[in-house]
Each structure stands twice: as C-alpha cells, then as structure tokens.
Design a binder for this molecule. Structure first.
Ligand code: SF4
Ligand code: SF4
Ligand code: SF4
Length: 317
C-alpha cells in the first residue's frame, strides 16, 4: 500500500479547504486482499487515507454521474481518464467542476492470476503486500508485471488524457496492433467458430449486472433491462436473454466505450467482455477514425452527419 505523494496530498487538502471541491474520490486500503476500495474524502485532515498502487482497479469515474453539478476531485488512471472526456461530451459532467489527479499507470494486479500462480483459490490469498515491482502472497514473491490484468499487459492508454496534477512519469503505450490482437484473433475465425466462442463465453454470465454497474458510461437512470413499460427484456438466465443483454449493452456503448476494462474486471464469472466491446471500438476506429474519450472536442460518429459517411453496412434490396 502506498499513500499518495506528500505534494499531492497537500494539493487535495487545499482544494477541500478552499471549497474548490466538496469531496475527493480516490482509493484506500479495503478488506479484500489485493483490491483497494473506493474512498470518499470530505475532510482535508483525512487525505492521508488515500493510496495509489497496483491494487487500485476500479474506474472511479463511474461515480461522477452521481455528483452532477457538484464540485468533485477524483483520481484517475490513464484508461479511466478517457471516461471523463466521454462524460463531458455527453453533458454528464463539466470540466470546470472537476479537479483531476491523473496517474501514469503501469497496470493493476489480477488477484485471480496471483491465485492461479500459487495454486490456491482466490479466497485463500493471505499476507499479501506490494514492494516496488514485486508482490508477496502466501509466502511467495512474484513480479507484479507477470500478474497484471490482460488489458494492462497491452495497454494503449497508460497516461492520463485529463489531469490537473499527475503522479509518476510518462509510460510508453502498446501499439494498436498489440492492443487489438485479441480482436484480430476472433476475426480470423469462421462465423461458426465465432458463434461458438461467443456462446461459450456467455454461458458463464449469470446476469448479476456488475459489468453495467462498474462502467462509467452506463449511467442511465433506468437501464433498458429494468424498464417495464415497455418491457424490453425478460431477465431470465436463458442463453437467449443473456445474449440479448450483452449484445444490447455492447451496442449502447458503440462509439462510447473507452476501453477501460472495468466491466471485465468486475465480472465475478470471468466473462471476457472485451471480446465484444473491443470489436466495436476497433470498428469505430477503422470506419470513422474515432476513439472515444481521447478528445472531447471531436464529435462521436453517432452524433455526426456526413454526406460521405461510410454506408456499406446499410442493407438494401
Ligand atoms: S489499462 Fe492501462 S491505464 Fe488502465 S489500469 Fe491497465 S495499465 Fe493502467
Ligand atoms: S464498457 Fe467496459 S471497457 Fe467500455 S467504458 Fe464501460 S467499463 Fe470501460
Ligand atoms: S458481470 Fe459478468 S456475470 Fe455479471 S452480468 Fe456482467 S458478464 Fe454477466
């Protein structure tokens, strides 16, 4: 566990004391090994609770829509910071209301990978600790870089795109080829093989909605799955309903998903949602040259009318 650098703690305390923010959303040590927990600090004397290390996996931007119109401070990793731009574009937050600490992030630890390496269930992890680039658990020491989430191993957004203050220094990003290699692997399969992979992946989903709840861009007051007038969705765990939910959620995020991976990390069943979401992100990039959350001044494709739009996907008789 690493407390925030002294200068950053002082900055946050100044913002709180001066009333420039009413709350700072960061991380603190939690009860679960290798998982920091979100912290909401309102008292400048409590900034010492805040930490930053490779256990800080939540995308805290998911909390911002709950503070619409309020002045808030927040700590964001590179990938998370893109969601701030996404919410600004969609009118959910205003940049002037935010104070942002951006972290140059080398990656966050996947507790499941640690447990697998040690040959124990994740619940049996104990005596865990991080020391620089090493992780200790159950008396064994591992390099942190070997047990990062898959997304972090090919991260193309280590560095924040929005920040008033930063922690750390610039980290080289992976290339797009590396970042989308898993999508290319899926594209190389036949349509039957892709369908088999898709259905097999979703067999583990139990419709807990943790993915939706963790996503900074899933902020509808009433999600389509919960609407009853009209009812769009049966909420059973039949394969058809689960597939319908995942397809609809993915399309709701077309041109909006910033690729932070918070949904995949939140899934208790280990469903790799990136296979769906990153396909759409790559389509968006290749068809429209657009990457969500990079630049709030660039209009998203679904909000743009162009006479020379790419139209090959429109079915005609
Ligand atoms: S995707 Fe990149 S910025 Fe996000 S947690 Fe992983 S390494 Fe950090
Ligand atoms: S859908 Fe997943 S990867 Fe995309 S913005 Fe939401 S949480 Fe991040
Ligand atoms: S978090 Fe996982 S199990 Fe829960 S609804 Fe999402 S994909 Fe399904």
């Amino acid at each position: 566990m690493n407390t925030l650098p002294q200068a950053i703690q002082e900055r946050i305390a100044q913002w709180l004391e001066a009333g420039e923010i009413e709350v700072f959303i960061g991380y603190e040590r939690g009860p679960v090994p290798l998982r920091a927990t979100p912290a909401f600090v309102r008292d400048p004397k409590e900034v010492g609770r805040l930490i930053w290390d490779a256990t800080c996996e939540n995308n805290l931007v998911a909390f911002l829509p709950k503070y619409r119109g309020k002045k808030v401070g927040i700590l964001v990793k590179g990938c998370d910071s893109r969601a701030i731009n996404g919410l600004i574009q969609e009118g959910q937050v205003q940049r002037a209301n935010l104070k942002v600490i951006g972290v140059h992030c080398a990656g966050v630890v996947d507790p499941l990978q640690v447990a697998r390496r040690l040959g124990v269930p994740v619940e049996a992890l104990e005596q865990v600790g991080l020391e620089g680039e090493l992780l200790r658990a159950n008396g064994v020491t591992l390099p942190v870089a070997e047990v990062l989430y898959d997304l972090c191993k090919t991260c193309a957004q280590h560095n924040p795109v929005v920040a008033d203050e930063t922690i750390g220094s610039e980290i080289p990003d992976a290339s797009r080829d590396e970042a989308f290699a898993h999508v290319r692997e899926m594209e190389a399969l036949s349509s039957d093989e892709r369908w088999a992979r898709f259905t097999q992946e979703l067999e583990r989903c139990n419709l807990c909605y943790a993915c939706r709840n963790a996503c900074p861009m899933c902020y509808c007051n009433v999600c389509f799955v919960d609407r009853t007038m009209p009812r769009w969705f049966n909420q059973t765990t039949t394969a058809e309903d689960i597939q319908f939910y995942q397809i609809m959620r993915t399309f709701h995020l077309a041109g909006r998903c910033v690729g932070c991976g918070a949904c995949t990390r939140a899934c208790p069943q280990g469903v790799n949602l990136r296979l769906l979401l990153d396909k759409l992100r790559l389509e968006c990039l290749e068809l429209f040259g657009y990457e969500a959350g990079i630049n709030p001044q660039v209009e998203p494709p679904l909000r743009t009318y162009r006479q020379d739009d790419y139209n090959d996907f429109i079915m005609s008789d």
